[in-house]
Design a protein. Structure first.
Length: 510
């Protein structure tokens, strides 16, 4: 028991001694750490103070620099304001000086006006005195003398004006005619042309007359089937080795000719075969129409046409007007329009396009109840052509008002293409009727005694009575006749109207 108590006491004493030693050691380390921390804090504090001082100095330098720059700008602005103030002062001095000059000028001007007024009053007084003296000498008042003078001046002015107008008109006519002839002749010379060869019949040649019987068939069934399928009239007469295909529609004639050629070559000719071949040939012709339209537009360099317009252009190959092939006429008109537009400084591509399309109304799929020019304009408008192109198509026969410069070019080129020698063949009855209509129109005017249509209707000579119409009225008469012919008749080219007035004096010696 005592030993245990002694051990516990020893243990407690050892613990207290160990704790005192540990505390002593810890206190020493604590003091060492504190002293080291204080030294490091002093170093860090000195570094921070140095950094703050450095930043302060940098900020101070920047602020001083900014203040210096601002002071410089302020100084520059003050200098500018001083210069502007000096300039304004100079301007004010100049303005004051100019105001003084203006005041002096006004004073001089008022003095001069007063002097002029006095001189004018003096002049009026002298004029009244002179007028009184002249009235006393001549026996006429001033108003009467003025009226006589005005009348004489009027007569003289009228005479001079009429002479001047006639000179200007003659000069303008000569210049315009010369320039127009140059453009037209140059356009015609630069376009190659062909003569008319189309008509309303097609001759199909065969090797021998035995083929005629096979084409006619038993009791004429083959020829009737062919006529019904193609819509033409086939004339089989005594003409050796030839069959005549007659129809006003050239497309039908071409279909019939090609069908006959295939039937005769194949040798099998009967109604069923005829219908089969005609259907096949019709498809071939339709394809040829489209191909012809495409080739034509490519040759002329025209792009962007609607496919339906291309098909209509291809159909022109099988149409003719007065014996002139319509496609050749359209191509020729297009080339003429391009040349003439270039001469006049207009767009040749637009002119060529309008020239090619101007007669599309002549090849309708169904017969319209309107002139071909108006119908063509509606077709062009339907297929999204531009308004100036549509107007040129519709106005080329004066059936629509011309709104653009393309319209008269197309009209003139259409007339050139149709009126040139060899372009068209008119039937004799139509030709004679046109000449008679020309003479009747001229004879309908009072004072006309005789009329003669000469040069194939290109010129109309009108003889008037000298006792019924004077020289001034003859010029007016020619213009009226020309206007009436232009409004009431359709003709190729132009018609020259020459009015002749002669004075005859007859005496008899007895």
């Amino acid at each position: 028991m005592v030993e245990i108590i002694i051990a516990i006491a020893a243990l407690l004493i050892g613990g207290l001694i160990g704790f005192a030693i540990f505390r002593y050691i810890a206190k020493g380390k604590y003091n060492q750490i504190v002293s080291q921390a204080e030294e490091e804090a002093k170093v860090i504090k000195e570094k921070k103070l140095l950094e703050v001082k450095e930043k302060f100095l940098n900020k101070k330098a920047e602020l001083e620099k900014e203040v210096s720059q601002r002071n410089q700008r302020i100084q520059q602005a003050e200098n500018k304001l001083k210069q502007r103030e000096i300039s304004l002062n100079q301007r004010a001095e100049d303005l004051n000086r100019k105001n003084k000059d203006v005041d002096n000028f006004k004073a001089n001007l008022e003095n001069q006006q007063n002097a002029i007024i006095q001189q004018k009053e003096e002049l009026e007084r002298l004029q009244r005195e002179e007028q009184t003296k002249l009235e006393a000498i001549s026996g006429l008042s001033a108003e009467e003398a003025k009226e006589r003078l005005v009348e004489s001046l009027k007569d003289e002015a009228k005479t001079q004006a009429a002479s001047y107008i006639n000179d200007i008109m003659e000069d303008a006519k000569m210049t315009a005619t010369k320039e127009a002839k140059r453009i037209v002749i140059q356009s015609i010379q630069r376009v190659a042309t062909e003569t008319a060869i189309e008509n309303s019949v097609t001759v199909f040649h065969i090797e021998n007359d035995e083929v005629k019987g096979r084409i006619i068939g038993r009791e004429g069934r083959n020829i009737r089937a062919l006529e019904a399928a193609t819509g033409v009239e086939i004339v089989v007469d005594d003409t050796p080795e030839a069959i005549v295909i007659s129809a006003f529609d050239p497309v039908r004639r071409e279909i019939c000719r090609l069908a006959l050629h295939q039937l005769v070559t194949d040798g099998r000719i009967h109604p069923a075969r005829i219908e089969e071949v005609v259907a096949k040939v019709t498809k071939q012709v339709e394809d040829e129409v489209i191909e012809t339209g495409k080739r034509t537009t490519i040759d002329l360099g025209i792009h962007g046409l609607h496919p339906e317009l291309i098909r209509i252009i291809g159909k022109m190959k099988y149409r003719s007007s007065y014996g002139q092939n319509l496609l050749q006429h359209a191509r020729e008109t297009a080339n003429l329009c391009a040349v003439m537009a270039s001469e006049l400084g207009l767009n040749p591509k637009k002119a060529k396009r309008a020239g090619l399309l101007h007669d599309i109304g002549k090849v309708p799929d169904e017969e319209p109840e309107m002139p071909h020019a108006i119908y063509g304009a509606k077709l062009a408008e339907k297929f999204k052509e531009k308004p100036d192109i549509c107007n040129a198509i519709g106005a080329h026969h004066d059936e629509m008002e011309m709104n653009t410069l393309l319209a008269p070019i197309v009209q003139v080129c259409d007339a050139i293409s149709g009126a040139r020698p060899g372009a068209r063949r008119e039937i004799v009855e139509a030709y004679i009727k046109r000449l008679n209509d020309l003479e009747k129109i001229a004879m309908s005017y009072p004072g006309v005694t005789k009329t003669y249509a000469i040069q194939a209707g290109r010129e109309l000579r009108v003889i008037v009575g000298a006792d019924k119409i004077d020289d001034a009225q003859t010029e007016k008469l020619s213009g009226e006749i020309a206007q009436k012919i232009q409004n009431e008749m359709t003709y190729p080219g132009q018609v020259k109207i020459t009015v002749i007035r002669e004075t005859r004096s007859v005496s008899y010696a007895k």
